[in-house]
Design a protein around this ligand. Sequence first.
Ligand SMILES: Nc1nc2c(c(=O)[nH]1)N[C@H]1C(S)=C(S)[C@@H](COP(=O)(O)OP(=O)(O)OC[C@H]3O[C@@H](n4cnc5c(=O)[nH]c(N)nc54)[C@H](O)[C@@H]3O)O[C@H]1N2
Ligand SMILES: Nc1nc2c(c(=O)[nH]1)N[C@H]1C(S)=C(S)[C@@H](COP(=O)(O)OP(=O)(O)OC[C@H]3O[C@@H](n4cnc5c(=O)[nH]c(N)nc54)[C@H](O)[C@@H]3O)O[C@H]1N2
Ligand code: SF4
Ligand SMILES: [Mo]
Length: 818
Amino acid sequence: MSASKSDNPTNGNGISRRNLMKTSALAGLVAAAGGIIPPFSRRAFPATPENSQAAQPQDKVVWGACSVNCGSRCALRLHVRNDEVYWVETDNTGNDQYGYHQVRACLRGRSMRRRMNHPERLNYPMKRTGKRGEGKFKPISWEQAFDEIADNLKRIVAKYGNEAVYINYSSGVVGGNITRSSPTASLVTRLMNCYGGYLGQYGTYSTAQISCAMPYTYGSNDGNSTSDIENSKLVVLFGNNPAETRMSGGGITYFLEQARQRSNAKMVVIDPRYTDTAAGREDEWLPIRPGTDAALVAGMAYVLISENMVDQPFLDNYCVGYDEKTLPAGAPANGHYKAYILGQGDDALAKTPQWASQITGIPADRIIKLAREIGQTKPVCISQGWGPQRQANGEQTSRAIAMLAILTGNVGINGGNSGARESTYNITIERMPVLSNPVKTQISCFSWTDAIKRGPEMTAKKDGIRGKDKLDVPIKFIWNYAGNTITNQHSEINKTHDILQDDSQCEMIVVIENFMTSSAKYADILLPDLMTTEQEDIIPNDYAGNMGYLIFSQPATSAKFQRKGIYEMMSEVAKRLGPQVYEKFTEGRSQRDWLHFLYNKMLAKDPALPAYETLREQGIYKRKDPDGHFVAYKAFRQDPVAHPLSTPSGKIEIYSAALAKIAAEWQLAEDEIITALPVYTSTFEGWDDPLRSKYPLQMFGFHYKARTHSSYGNIDVLQAACRQEIWINPLDAESRGISNGDKVRVFNGRGEVRVAAKVTPRILPGVVAMGQGAWHQADMQGDRVDHGACMNTLTTQRPSPLAKGNPQHTNLIQLEKV
Ligand SMILES: Nc1nc2c(c(=O)[nH]1)N[C@H]1C(S)=C(S)[C@@H](COP(=O)(O)OP(=O)(O)OC[C@H]3O[C@@H](n4cnc5c(=O)[nH]c(N)nc54)[C@H](O)[C@@H]3O)O[C@H]1N2
Ligand SMILES: Nc1nc2c(c(=O)[nH]1)N[C@H]1C(S)=C(S)[C@@H](COP(=O)(O)OP(=O)(O)OC[C@H]3O[C@@H](n4cnc5c(=O)[nH]c(N)nc54)[C@H](O)[C@@H]3O)O[C@H]1N2
Ligand code: SF4
Ligand SMILES: [Mo]
């Protein structure tokens, strides 16, 4: 297997990197000498385990996992010699059949050795010495670190209350159980819940808009499992790029292809980019202007309705608000969907394919053709990724895309789909209990910078505060465990810098990390964590279609330098918060005791699981979905009376009275639109914003194979294999005198990045795109130009109207050759 060769353990000098890492002084020298050895020099020394590093009897192979947040979760087999990982392989159990498949790691997981042994890993607890954000630190003892954290926590809680403590969004170890980093489900969460609670959050950077909006339609946000595509005749993907966003064996791409080959389904990809998912596999690519999918749907709905291709019995029996027959009481007489499409609604505008063409940039004849194909084929899998919803009008878009599935009755059947993204089968997992939060107030996860700056001004109807009419105190203490969302992954980095540099506002930031990320530079106390490959944990699958699995990860090496695991760190802080807090936090258990305890609970629920020791021995346990494929809303489809949806009416709400109420009551700006029907709405910084006269190009990001967000972003071989570039159409490049590979400056009123241009017809004219998650690299003292090309230098902190989520794909920029 090529993993062995690609993960070659020697550097260009033929010296094993692991030996270089033996002492921190040497590691420092490597860093000082330009950091990382140039990747291409390695080619001269193709040492592989077959020759210079041939396996020796004392070697051991340890099961581990890559547990970053890419929506997959892959098994690793780490080859260890002399307490160092020198070679990384992946799952070798099972076969290539869907449901029994190998959980093969992608290029990132296979470079785990380079992450673990990276010369710039954090080794000691540290305390800030310079101004916040300058990145100047001094090493301190663990005792001092724990004492300072506990003292500040006590002081801030006493002065401002628990609502002033915030756990920032973070997904660096979303796969772990004990080590899990979710802000609402981590050991930091448990600690705070033992100590009076913290300001809660709702939504995620991943799915803020769709998870908020889709439940108004369906009561939840479910989709059929990808494996069910074997029953589809046509697959229509809106901004869904699994070849890059679910790229592993535990992911779904390969199996999507297998399923599609079985069904021979045609595939249509609707995306402003010709994506890796489309490349060579699609039957049709429809490039679309970002943020306009809802207009495309409306144009197709016009064809479906006027050519009698809608599933009228389905609309009558399962839905609310399609036409006057099912319009809820209180809605205006012309407030139904059919009226909106045919031009009988308040705007008196028929949503013809010609109308949709002007907005989307897709020719009218292709809109008509696709509408007819969808109307005349059954079943059709209509599915959206989360790119379309990470736009400023993403709530409207996500519900609109679902309309295609609803109009054609493809919901709740095999081979169809709801219009949402795929769901997955899971095995029983008993999570580390985090207890409940005594503080009921919540902000959207995107609005924490606002909550520092103007917390007490934030209200329910203007800023989406939940659990209270308004916030009482600003955020004063931030926990940041395994996340880079302080800067790199949050929007408008320059603005965040200004807010955080003033440490009289947010008084304390604790960061728990493996690397000196751009967020870590804002820590007051910075703690060096172990990685999941260095700890014992049981890790379940994330998106894996119709197979669930558990990976029992063992520490591949001992803990190096002064690194500690999160359980020990939080226990030590708990101890300093008082004996009751400590007792409540640990319940007298060690990390291993907890794992055992939780697994016993799993066994009690699910006796078919292997014994604890057996699982540890075999490393991975898999189970095929006994029901075949997951079909979203199947029970409802079979019997809508016995199995109503959890919407207020129990039916699919095309017209949502709850949204009508919000639209009437909330305080919204003119360009922030919420509507009862899933209609197309124009938005700030969209294709038709007058700001385009100054910043003419629409810019969005995509989740890139080079990294998982920013994780793995510092691995030299990955940087070389998948370069950071901005995609630009030849027409836009030519008019600016830009050739492929030229360095360009990309800017708007919020900042500037420098990056190489990838001139390619794979992107629509008028639109540019960049892989998100590149490491921000700016001096920040005077010159703030970001040479790392982190696109969040350019994104806005203005939230989307309903979810108050991150519209990080909605941006206007200008671009020039440097
Ligand atoms: N412009 C733009 N911005 C985006 C997005 C976008 O599409 N466009 N996407 C958004 C989305 S969907 C998400 S989910 C967020 C993700 O944002 P984050 O959750 O911040 O994800 P990462 O950048 O991967 O950061 C994870 C951090 O955890 C650290 N880490 C990894 N493993 C461990 C460990 O074992 N222990 C500790 N202590 N640390 C560890 C890594 O070093 C890394 O710094 O980004 C959002 N930001
Ligand atoms: N390799 C890799 N995989 C990942 C991640 C990663 O960082 N790297 N992150 C993981 C995480 S946490 C998440 S949340 C998911 C994110 O998964 P997604 O949100 O689905 O990923 P994106 O790449 O942001 O968007 C998917 C596609 O939408 C397109 N797009 C953008 N705007 C629009 C639009 O307005 N309309 C249409 N039709 N298309 C549009 C983009 O070109 C892109 O191809 O990915 C996960 N997988
Ligand atoms: S980054 Fe994702 S797909 Fe790649 S190895 Fe890790 S979990 Fe698997
Ligand atoms: Mo995400």
